[in-house]
Write a protein that binds this ligand. Structure first.
Ligand code: SF4
Length: 229
């Protein structure tokens, strides 16, 4: 039987597929794990991989099994579609880490919920860290949020890829509510002004921080513009 492979990733062999899960902040329940394990056994998935984005990839699926795997994963599945928020990763934060200044897991979940259904010119990766040790890789994500003992710092335009880039600090000492507003406005600005397939790193290099400051950041009352790098 050959079903739809829509939403799955074609593998190197050009024949089999991978399906990726949705796991905001990398949190799973025992039920989630049991479901993934059951599906892995049932469809004889050759490899289950935890990705750098804190998700599971079920790798090596036969084409005819893809649609059934998506259906059985249900809300745990994240079909590949138009460019969107690929993942929101988070460190342990105040939930579990003795160094944590802020609740990175709670904020990551809120960000994922807010942006999960939106599309963008290119994929968006978000990293949230509970302190300046930055275990959530905030500085190399399109949108990075880092906790301090004064609130949250927001980075924009980071990238860990072939042409790596540290994101620019666009705001500091924000509350969680201000981060949500700032993130929404940054991504909306990016949506309106970026070229198709232009990642945030290349976008900010093209337009320059001065443009972002004058057209957006100076309009946000909670941003002290003299602190903007
Ligand atoms: S970034 Fe800070 S709070 Fe988060 S896991 Fe690392 S040390 Fe802990």
């Amino acid at each position: 039987m050959t079903g739809s492979t829509k939403g799955a990733l074609l593998q190197r062999d050009g024949k089999r597929y991978a399906v990726v899960t949705r796991m905001p902040a990398g949190i799973v329940t025992p039920d989630d794990l049991e479901k993934i394990a059951r599906i892995g056994r049932k469809y004889r998935v050759p490899m289950l991989k935890i990705t750098s984005g804190q998700r599971f990839a079920l790798i090596g699926l036969e084409p005819g099994d893809v649609a059934d795997v998506f259906q059985e994963l249900g809300p745990l599945a994240q079909p590949e579609s138009a460019p969107c928020v690929k993942f929101v990763q988070a460190c342990l934060g105040t939930e579990m880490c003795r160094y944590g200044n802020q609740d990175s897991i709670g904020l990551a979940r809120a960000l994922e919920e807010r942006f999960r259904d939106q599309t963008f010119p290119a994929k968006i990766k978000i990293g949230v860290s509970g302190c300046q040790r930055c275990c959530g890789e905030s500085q190399i994500r399109d949108l990075g949020i880092m906790g301090t003992n004064r609130g949250w710092t927001v980075f924009f335009g980071g990238n860990a890829g072939r042409k790596a880039r540290i994101g620019d600090i666009v705001a500091s000492d924000l509350t969680a509510a201000e981060v949500m507003d700032c993130a929404g406005r940054l991504l909306e600005y990016y949506q309106r002004n970026a070229h198709a397939k232009e990642r945030t790193a290349r976008f900010i290099e093209r337009i320059g921080m001065e443009t972002l400051k004058s057209e957006l950041l100076t309009l946000l009352p909670y941003i002290q513009i003299e602190k903007v790098s």
